[in-house]
Every structure is written in structure tokens, then in C-alpha cells.
Design a protein around this ligand. Structure first.
Ligand code: NDP
Ligand code: ZN
Length: 350
């Protein structure tokens, strides 16, 4: 066992505070990682604040982790001390169901083990995430960070990156497709980069007039201000795919109306209960598809990291100290970040 320093939420309504706990002793297939950087995902807030039902506290958030290997178990073959590695949203899965066998661990029939707020499959202890000085993770769930990537900007790829890459790849987005990205936040800005790299014509849907110029800078071909009814009407029947990263309840109907026949609306936010209801006519009358997507499997996450290295894709981020985390949560809720906070974990170790 090793003592870990972290920041944790102790309840849904109190700010994150310094918190110490024990990390497990290294198992034979474990990697012990010194955490260098951790991204701040909107899911961290959802879970810290029990937005998705009561969370188990303390919650040590953080599932966009970049670090350096400090030690390995005696059966670890892929990693050695000193390697720069990543950990995303899952740290284990059953490894024998049909979904795990198909490299879709995120859809494990027993549920994947989340990097935080879940229970270890072997000893049942609560998992604690990346707002901490080190983490112990099974080798199979550790990613290799290509050496050409800037490690101070790579952390968000482990969640924001794979969550947008996976559905675009799964649905076969290709040159010439018209793709709309709903919400220009952490996930949305990565969605633009991936959709462009796949050759699509990309439109950002944003509430904020002020983000129009920024969206173009990000590489978007077009921008639609979603609060402007005339712009939404003019977009009717234009899109093959919409990737919806909006983190709160919203009316899907005006967006569905923007899809062509056979167009697909992909949700990544958990927005229970869906309200207002989706009009069946918006699906039936144009044979449209409403679907969802959860992060990506480990093999696909590695493929995404390699794709970023090949296409020179990186996140736009603002570096913060762990001591600034509560202020960062407030700013993230207001949409006031370009476009991901990354915590420099050195600030926890000083
Ligand atoms: P961010 O807060 O960084 O971005 C969300 C964006 O949505 C905002 O920048 C804003 O864009 C838009 N938005 C925010 N509030 C509203 C609102 N009230 N109405 C309309 N649009 C709004 O969040 P993330 O990108 O980190 O996460 C997005 C969602 O995806 C979260 O719910 C998160 O939990 C979920 N998620 C899902 C995963 C999965 O595997 N399915 C994995 C990771 C995250 P703008 O200002 O341009 O309108
Ligand atoms: Zn996330």
C-alpha cells in the first residue's frame, strides 16, 4: 500500500478539499503511475455533485490522466519504469463477456470499472481518480502516449478525445459528410478537429455568438448560433450526423430537424429524463436515427492517440493548479474555458 495525496469531494454540496488515502499494493499485472497532468471533464462535476444519482463519497475525480511509470508488477510486459503513459475513464472490466472480447470494454456486460467512483473487481475498494499524486492501474487499461505528442496538452485526449473520435469512426464519417457538433466545450472542440481530419464539412452549433470567430479558428467550416431560430430553420435537412455534447437537458427536436433522411443524432451527454420529449415524427418521417455513445475501448483509444500523433491534433487547454479546482468547476459550468482545464499535478506535490 502507498499513501496518496489528492483532492476529493466529500459531499455533493461542498467544495473539493485535500484528502489522503491508501493506493493498493502493486499486483503482478499492475502499473504504478506518477501523475503529471489530469484534465477536468464535465463528468467530474456531474459525479462530484451527484447529478447522475447519489455518488459514493469521497469522490476523487479525474479520468484524463498522463503520468510516468514509477513501478511495474512482475508480469507486466508492455511498460517499464520511466515510460509516459495515459489512463482514461476505465481501469478494468470483466475481460470475458462478448463485448470485452470485441475490444468494447466500455460496454462490458457487467459494466466497466470507472477510474473513480466504482469498485475494484478484486478487493471491492472504491476507485479514486486522477486528482491525485499517483495511481495503480492494471496494465491492460494503460495507454502508450506517442512521443511526438505534447504531454502537457495530451490529457484530455483520454476522455474528450476518445468520446468524440469513437462515434465518428463507428458511424464511418468520411470526406464530404456534413457533420454538426453541438456545444463547443471540451468534447465539442475535439469533435471539430477529428471530424475535419476525417474530411467532413463541419458546423459548430453554439449558444454563444461570442464563440463564432473562435469556432472558425478551431477549423469549423460554418457556425450556427443555436438560440437564433432563423439560423436553425435555415439548417433544416442539411446534416448527415450531429454529435451532441450538451451536458444538460435540452430540446432535441430543433436539432433532429437539421438532419437529412437517414441522418444520425449521437448523444454523449447523460440528460435523464429527456425533456421535452422527442417527437416521434422527427424520427419516423425522415427515417432518422437517435443514438448514443460511451467513450471508446482500450484498443480504439490507442488508435485515437496514434491518429492524433499522425494528424498533429492536440487539445486547447488552460493549465491550472489543483488549488484552483473549485474555481475551475464554476468556470466550466459557465462555459468559460478554452476548452479544457488541465491540472498540473506538480501543484499537489509541492
Ligand atoms: P463542457 O462543459 O466542456 O462543454 C459542454 C458545452 O455544451 C459547453 O461548452 C456549451 O457550448 C454547451 N452547453 C453548456 N450548457 C448548455 C446549455 N444549458 N444549453 C445548451 N448548450 C450548453 O463539457 P464536456 O465537453 O466536458 O462534456 C460534455 C458532456 O459529455 C457532459 O455531460 C459529460 O458528462 C459528457 N461526457 C460523456 C462521455 C461519454 O462517454 N458519453 C464522456 C465524457 C463526457 P456552447 O457555449 O458552445 O453552447
Ligand atoms: Zn470525461
Amino acid at each position: 500500500m502507498s499513501q496518496a495525496k489528492s483532492y476529493a469531494a466529500l459531499s455533493a454540496t461542498t467544495p473539493l478539499v485535500p484528502f489522503s488515502f491508501e493506493r493498493r499494493a502493486l499486483r503482478e499485472d499492475d502499473v504504478n503511475i506518477d501523475i503529471l497532468y489530469c484534465g477536468v471533464c464535465h463528468s467530474d462535476i456531474h459525479i462530484a455533485e451527484s447529478d447522475w444519482g447519489p455518488s459514493e463519497y469521497p469522490v476523487v475525480p479525474g479520468h484524463e490522466i498522463i503520468g510516468r511509470v514509477m513501478a511495474v508488477g512482475n508480469k507486466v510486459s508492455q511498460y517499464k519504469v520511466g515510460d509516459i503513459v495515459g489512463v482514461g475513464c476505465m481501469v478494468d472490466s470483466c475481460q470475458h463477456c462478448s463485448h470485452c472480447a470485441a475490444d468494447l470494454e466500455q460496454y462490458c456486460q457487467d459494466g466497466p470499472v470507472g477510474t473513480y467512483g466504482a469498485h475494484d473487481l478484486i478487493d471491492g475498494t472504491l476507485t479514486y481518480g486522477g486528482y491525485s499524486d499517483h495511481i495503480v492501474v492494471r496494465e491492460k487499461f494503460v495507454l502508450t502516449i506517442p512521443s511526438v505528442l505534447n504531454i502537457s496538452k495530451a490529457a484530455p485526449l483520454l476522455c474528450a478525445g476518445i468520446t468524440t473520435y469513437s462515434p465518428l469512426r463507428h458511424h464511418g464519417v468520411k470526406a464530404g459528410d456534413k457533420v454538426g457538433i453541438l456545444g463547443m466545450g471540451g468534447l465539442g472542440h475535439m469533435g471539430v478537429k477529428f471530424a475535419k481530419a476525417l474530411g467532413a464539412e463541419v458546423t459548430i452549433f453554439t449558444r454563444s455568438e461570442s464563440k463564432v470567430a473562435e469556432a472558425k479558428k478551431q477549423g469549423a467550416d460554418h457556425v450556427i448560433v443555436s438560440t437564433d431560430e432563423a439560423q436553425m430553420q435555415a439548417a433544416a435537412f442539411q446534416f448527415d450526423y450531429l454529435l451532441d455534447t450538451i451536458p444538460v437537458q435540452h430540446d432535441l427536436n430543433p436539432y433532429l430537424n437539421c438532419l437529412k433522411v437517414d441522418g444520425t443524432h449521437i448523444l454523449v451527454g447523460l440528460i435523464e429524463p429527456m425533456n421535452p420529449p422527442v417527437h416521434s415524427a422527427n424520427l419516423v418521417i425522415k427515417r432518422r436515427v437517435l443514438t448514443g455513445s460511451l467513450i471508446g475501448g482500450i484498443a480504439e483509444t490507442q488508435e485515437m492517440l496514434d491518429f492524433c500523433a499522425q494528424h498533429d491534433i492536440e487539445c486547447d487547454a488552460e493549465m491550472i493548479s489543483i488549488q484552483d479546482i473549485n474555481q475551475a468547476y464554476q468556470r466550466l459550468k459557465q462555459g468559460n474555458v478554452k476548452y479544457r482545464f488541465i491540472i498540473d499535478m506538480q501543484s499537489l506535490k509541492n
